[in-house]
Write a protein that binds this ligand. Structure first.
Ligand SMILES: [Zn+2]
Length: 414
């Protein structure tokens, strides 16, 4: 059995270290303080008996658990990130442990009247009777993704202590700066040397994800012509009105606030303008690659039409792809999802397989040649003061990692 006390102790020892990342920084890791936890993790991996523990100049950590079987088994990996989101402070995290949760309101902070309530956060009902770790209401918790790290380290420790569980070579990877979209950027896939891997970075117990959005960003620039309003007839061109035509020509219901599931969207997230120039910033999202390309074409065609209509170049667009749906890379090796699904079932969890309405490090890694579905780490309400994690979910995630290792070795036994 995975020890509950050890999980709590290990998790708390991570979250009290501030590792907030910073998108304005150009360095890797983006903040110096991420080294504090990175160095501790490298030491801990050595202490539990992992082999080839390395930490590179960018704070990427890798380690190996050698195979304990005679037959060939593909090397698999488990990956998490140790930074926390810049959306909310991660300094001075004071975790609170609520044993045998009674299903009622949790007072995070009495003096500031900050309450974590199941009336608002309904998922809390799932965890009645369990042990929850919450914040004190003034910081985020950092279960995203220190829960994932805790689970991977705990699983490796368990496998080392239980050589009767047979497994192939397991690689472990911990990254900085995932929350600012750079976790996979400097991840050396060749050095990692795994055939496939799993990010332990999902939320609710049971989550298993191998589909995410295709994503692009678009900047639309509209050029106008400013003339004194009193003498403007036939001369002034107001860029804001042309921008408005552009906005109104896109389907109003295909926006984030009107879509869910597999529905894609155009999202106007910034707009700045005066008569002379208006700039619109969009993001484009769609799970389906054809629909994604079609969305980009719609926007490009619109600019062509508007330019024709005005008889001159009034509007231009620049579109840049950001990331792609990992499904394209995972579907050809679907057994890696099947193993994770089977592992969950064998430890008594009902898998919840759904498409991510966003991206993950796993999608970038998948396109760098390391197919990488995402598995739950157990936390809820990421990136804010209401973040919490049930310890029982972390124990289950740890069991899932051990079980995946075991099932992979079994599957390749001749
Ligand atoms: Zn995360």
């Amino acid at each position: 059995m995975i020890s509950k006390e050890n999980i709590i102790k290990r998790f708390v020892s991570y979250v009290v270290i501030d590792t907030e990342s910073d998108s304005n920084s150009k360095t890797t890791p983006s903040t110096k303080k991420q080294w504090d936890l990175a160095n501790k993790l490298a030491d801990e991996l050595k202490a539990i008996g992992m082999h080839d523990v390395s930490i590179d100049e960018n704070a990427y950590i890798m380690a190996t658990l050698p195979s304990n079987v005679a037959h060939d088994v593909p090397t698999i990996g488990f990956i998490s990130h140790f930074d926390t989101s810049p959306d909310f402070t991660g300094a001075n995290v004071r975790p609170q442990i609520i044993d045998n949760y009674n299903g009622k309101d949790i007072v995070l902070n009495a003096s500031e009247n900050i309450i974590l309530s199941p009336d608002y956060f309904e998922d809390l009902h799932l965890y009645k009777g369990q042990t929850l770790i919450t914040t004190d209401g003034t910081t985020l918790l950092g279960a995203d993704d220190k829960a994932g790290i805790c689970e991977i380290v705990s699983a490796m420790e368990y496998l080392i202590k239980h050589p009767e569980i047979k497994h192939g070579t397991i690689r472990v990877g911990f990254t900085p700066d995932e929350e600012i979209g750079r976790g996979a950027h400097k991840f050396d896939v060749d050095k990692f040397g795994a055939e496939w891997a799993y990010t332990m970075d999902g939320s609710q117990i049971g989550e298993l994800e191998y589909e995410n959005f295709n994503a692009a960003g678009a900047v639309v620039k509209v050029k106008g012509k400013i003339v004194h309003p009193g003498y403007a007839k036939g001369k002034m061109i107001n860029s804001m009105y042309i921008a408005q035509e552009f906005i109104n020509s896109l389907p109003r219901m295909e926006t984030p606030e009107h879509t869910e599931g597999y529905q894609g969207f155009f999202h106007l997230h910034n707009m700045k303008g005066n008569v002379e120039e208006t700039v619109l910033e969009y993001i484009i999202r769609d799970h389906d690659r054809k629909h994604f390309e079609a969305r980009k074409a719609v926007m490009e065609n619109l600019t062509v039409e508007l330019n024709e209509q005005y008889g001159r170049e009034v509007i231009s667009i620049e579109i840049n792809d950001q990331y792609y749906n990992m499904k394209e890379k995972v579907e050809p090796v679907m057994h890696i999802v099947d193993i994770a699904e089977e592992a969950m079932k064998q430890v008594g969890i009902t898998p919840i397989i759904k498409a991510i309405r966003g991206g993950t490090d796993g999608s970038q890694l998948s396109y760098k040649g390391l197919p990488c579905p995402n598995i739950f780490a157990g936390g809820h309400n990421f990136h804010g003061r209401y973040e919490y994690v049930p310890v029982e979910s972390m124990i289950k995630a740890t069991e899932v990692i051990c079980k995946i290792a075991e099932l992979t070795a079994k599957k390749y036994k001749v």
